[in-house]
Design a protein around this ligand. Structure first.
Ligand code: PEP
Ligand code: MN
Length: 268
């Protein structure tokens, strides 16, 4: 019997007053990459004003080109923690390599494993040793079975606080960056006890499709959403074309709340 079959992970407490995988849907929003204190503070202020609790943002960025912005590294982690503490938010951020795990764990509340690293087994083992929730993104070329086996690698080291994240897969269709696999959301909800989050930003690659895809992820049963948002998307150093503006946040929340309500759920 596998660890996943043995453990009942759901729901997962993220803070004393915040749980994921229970009735209420958890919103996680923030920029693709941490760029500056003013950028993060603007996002955090908007989140606070609208009651969103989990701040996302990459300090170590997995970029296709080595010449693209790679993130602020440790400085980005420091900014995330300082701004999150000021606004009473939680931080989810990516550990890009095994060597970053202890550092990221010092600053983050939830450790993100990126799509490109889903089968980086030593990284999975390293976060499996931690006492922190892990947000495990599905590899964009990975089957659901491979995704669940990646979760198994984490759980096999003792950490069963795993949140699965469907962020779109690569298909034959080039019109959108990826294809949101709502089947997979419904399937892992039906067959595992892990909370599941949908990422409509990477799934579509287009800001105008983010809210429709967010609705679809929730309708399929997602327990939360991970959404990129930026004070000035046109100037973003990564993923600006798929970033919502801060002025879009009320509509995202309103539509998420309405889909959640149709399913008998609320927003956490
Ligand atoms: C991100 O969340 O910004 C990111 C790099 O996501 P993914 O690993 O899904 O591409
Ligand atoms: Mn991104």
């Amino acid at each position: 019997m596998t660890a996943i079959e043995q453990v009942q992970t759901q729901p997962i407490a993220l803070a004393d007053d915040l749980v994921i995988g229970s009735e209420d849907v958890v919103m996680m929003v923030g920029p693709c990459a941490v760029e500056s204190e003013s950028q993060l503070r603007a996002v955090a202020q908007a989140m606070r004003a609208h009651g969103v609790r989990v701040l996302r943002g990459g300090a170590f960025k997995p970029r296709t080109s080595p010449y693209a912005f790679q993130g602020l590294g440790r400085e980005g982690l420091e900014l995330l923690r300082a701004v999150a503490d000021e606004f009473d938010l939680l931080v989810v951020t990516e550990a890009l390599g095994v060597e970053h795990v202890p550092l990221v764990a010092d600053y983050a509340d939830i450790i993100q494993i990126g799509s490109r690293n889903m089968q980086h087994f030593p990284l999975l083992w390293a976060v499996g040793e931690l006492d922190k929730p892990v947000l495990l993104k599905r590899g964009f070329m990975s089957t659901v079975h491979e995704w669940l086996m990646a979760a198994e690698h984490i759980a096999s080291r003792g950490n069963t606080r795993i949140i699965l994240c469907e962020r779109g897969i690569r298909t034959f269709e080039p019109s959108t960056r990826n294809t949101l696999d709502t089947n997979a959301i419904a399937l892992v909800k039906a067959t595992t006890s892990f909370p599941v989050v949908g990422d409509p930003s990477h799934a579509t690659g287009r800001a105008d499709l983010v809210i429709p895809a967010a609705r679809a992820a929730l309708a399929a049963g997602a327990d939360g959403l991970l959404v990129e948002i930026h004070p000035n998307p046109a100037e973003a150093r990564s993923d600006g074309e798929q970033s919502l503006a801060l002025s879009d946040l009320p509509r995202l929340l309103d539509e998420a709340r309405r889909i959640a309500a149709a399913l008998g759920r609320g927003l956490a």
